[in-house]
Design a protein around this ligand. Structure first.
Ligand code: DAH
Length: 353
């Protein structure tokens, strides 16, 4: 091979070895075999070579062209394999590792309490019922034996919505779902109703939007004893105190007769639940009023039952020692990291909720 061709071969091999990625490799390829490449140039010059040397020169040029093309292609394969190896080792993932601690997010305490209630009442045979946030005046008040102009409508700081005819309201309690359930299915009935409720009220313990859970049991021979047993069992399971004192105190609700407020024992000074000689009101309850049953087409001489309702935020604050209601709705991650729950450890009775 003549000197000039040897130089091209040596230069190309050096440049290829130095090319550490596909871009550098491509620059070498173009510099040799491209339109103005060094070897291409020599091939163009072949026309000017004297006829007696042309044959030999032409053959040498073609051999060199074939061998350089093969070397260049081999380098490309090597670079591609190296790039793939680098990517595979950079993206290596051990699928047997447990997830990093916070990557799964946290369950909000309100959701957690609703889950715990579903677990406890679920074990007693209750199903979950739901209703809309926007109710009509009749289901929110009238059917529950709260007549027009009754002071309970004022007490509840109702949000009325502007509309013609029937007056829609943002439901002030979950009790209208009692009406929906009784109209929608035959007794026996055993449901709890967790959901959003609304009242025009705002301070450290009240929010215009909050959550309640309602309970409704309708059957043939339901007595006050069933109500008491059910709520005592629930409260002891929910607060995790088997000896939690529970007191039933006569009260008034338009939709129950008799009606009872339910208190639990606590220490007013320390805030500790379960002992201390003081009483804390937790929820409202009673035997479903005969008029409410009749309003739903259920014969009160055949069927009776009990109902109860409580605030989800309130029992959550008590159970976990949360002092202020407002951060429940602030979406502040620092608060959630402190009070949130592990989504991989859902509420079950078996471990104690
Ligand atoms: N709805 C009542 C409230 O929001 C709570 C309540 C009391 C619900 C007694 C009931 C009940 O089902 O029987 O204040």
């Amino acid at each position: 091979m003549s000197d000039d061709l040897q130089t091209i071969q040596a230069d190309t091999e050096t440049a290829l070895a130095a090319a550490s990625d596909l871009r550098a490799w491509d620059a070498v390829r173009v510099a040799v075999l491209g339109k103005n490449g060094t070897l291409t140039q020599k091939l163009k010059e072949l026309a000017a070579v004297p006829p007696e040397q042309k044959r030999e020169r032409g053959a040498a040029l073609n051999r060199l062209k074939d061998s350089l093309a093969a070397v260049i292609e081999a380098r490309r394969t090597a670079l591609e394999e190296a790039a793939l190896d680098a990517r595979l080792s950079a993206e290596r993932m051990d699928v047997t590792l447990p997830p990093p601690p916070r990557s799964t997010g946290l369950i909000h305490p309100i959701s957690r309490t609703a889950e715990e209630m579903a677990a406890i009442f679920g074990a007693m045979g209750f199903a979950i019922a739901e209703g809309p946030d926007v109710e009509d005046d009749w289901r929110n008040f009238g059917a529950l034996n709260i007549p027009a102009h009754h002071s309970a409508r004022e007490d509840m700081d109702t949000f009325y919505l502007a509309a013609e005819g029937r007056r829609p309201v943002l439901r002030t309690h979950t009790s209208p779902v009692q009406i929906r359930t009784m109209l929608g299915q035959e007794p026996p009935i055993r449901v709890i109703v967790p959901g959003r409720t609304y009242r025009a009220d705002h301070d450290a313990t009240h929010s215009p939007m909050f959550h309640q859970v309602e309970g409704l049991v309708i059957d043939r021979d339901i007595t006050l004893g069933h109500l008491k047993g059910c709520l005592i069992d629930f409260l002891r399971a929910f607060f995790g105190i088997t000896t939690l004192p529970v007191r039933f105190r006569a009260s008034y609700f338009p939709f129950t007769e008799p009606s009872m407020e339910v208190d639990i024992g606590w220490n007013r000074r320390t805030g500790e639940l379960g002992s201390g000689g003081d009483w804390l009101e937790i929820l409202g309850s009673g035997m479903v009023h005969a008029k409410v049953l009749a309003n739903c087409g259920i014969d009160p001489r055949v069927w009776q039952g009990f109902a109860f309702g409580m605030g989800i935020e309130r029992v959550t604050m008590l159970k976990h020692g949360i002092p202020d209601l407002r951060p429940f709705y602030d979406s502040d991650l620092r608060w959630l990291r402190h009070y949130g729950f592990n989504p991989l450890a859902p509420a079950t009775l078996h471990e104690g909720v």
